[in-house]
Write a protein that binds this ligand. Structure first.
Ligand code: SAM
Length: 279
């Protein structure tokens, strides 16, 4: 149990883990909070948990204490490995440390199902990581849930409804294939060092069937085009796709004078289908 392990501040001092901004290092040292995140991830007994960026291992300990069958922790900072090995020794056979870049790691190959992904993400790669998970093929994916810490502003973009400023690429991609919701906010002072902004823990549960049929790459392409020029009307913003926007817009049941933020996720899927059909 983690009771046998030294306090995280001592681990950080002993292993020289001064936080590095370039690695998005904002550590959670409050075991009440790491416990709360682990419990928010749902039942962990019988689950493998993939954790991105364990750092000194506060959340890692909580995931193990809360019954994870195994934690597979992917960490890029070599300085953290020795500290993580101490945790591995305290939980024999239950912590696998993978040293490397999460963006280049085949996480599906590392974990046995059922699997949950839980992480206090490095902010600089949080969005590409999330988009990668959302584009997993085949769908439903290899993970049963994602429980992730984001900057509050990113969390709001993930759950945003059509019509507002926060609604964009992340909302469409996330809501198309998952049910996302903000579980709770975390004050910036809970981190060491404190980041500039508030954070939120977001849960994304994969839908068995996405909201509507679409090829993930085509959806990404039309969403990027539409929101790339979000102030413009669709008839102008979709021109960059190199197709007749009028036919695509009609297929989506939209109007050429509408703007991207007015379209539902289902309408973006219809746009993507029309785009794919026209190729
Ligand atoms: N989980 C720890 C906690 O809650 O205290 C640390 C969270 S900190 C926000 C992000 C962690 O991700 C850091 O440990 C950092 O070294 C690691 N990291 C940054 N970029 C990474 C990458 N490309 N692949 C894997 N880990 C990365």
């Amino acid at each position: 149990m983690s009771g046998a392990l030294p306090p995280l501040r001592e681990v950080i001092a002993r292993h020289g883990l001064a936080a590095r901004k370039a690695l998005g290092q904002n550590f959670l040292l409050d075991l009440n909070l790491t416990g709360r995140i682990a419990r928010a991830a749902g039942a962990l007994e019988g689950y493998d948990v993939v954790e991105i960026g364990p750092g000194p291992g506060g959340l890692t300990r909580a995931l193990l204490d809360n019954g994870a069958r195994r934690v597979i922790a992917v960490e890029r900072d070599t300085r953290c490995i020795a500290a993580l090995e101490e945790i591995a020794a305290a939980y024999p056979g239950r912590l696998t440390i993978v040293e490397g870049d999460a963006l280049k790691t085949d996480m599906a190959a590392l974990a046995a199902r059922p699997t949950r992904i839980v992480a206090n993400l490095p902010y600089n790669i949080a969005t590409p990581l999330l988009v990668g998970w959302l584009q997993t093929e085949p769908w439903p994916p290899w993970f049963s849930s994602l429980t992730l810490m984001f900057q509050r502003e990113v969390a709001e973009r993930i759950v945003a409804a059509p019509g507002g400023k926060a609604y964009g690429r992340l909302a469409v991609l996330a809501q198309w294939r998952t049910s996302p919701r903000i579980l709770f906010d975390v004050d910036r002072r809970a981190f060491t060092p404190p980041p500039a902004v508030m954070s939120s823990v977001v849960e994304l549960v994969p839908r068995e069937t996405p909201l509507a049929t679409a090829d993930p790459r085509a959806l990404e392409t039309v969403v990027a085009a539409a929101f790339g020029q979000r102030r413009k009307m669709l008839r102008a913003s979709l021109k960059s796709l190199g197709r007749d926007p009028a036919a695509m817009i009609e297929a989506a049941g939209a109007s050429p004078t509408q703007r991207a933020e007015e379209l539902t996720v289902e309408q973006f899927c219809a746009l993507a289908r029309a785009y794919t059909a026209g190729r």
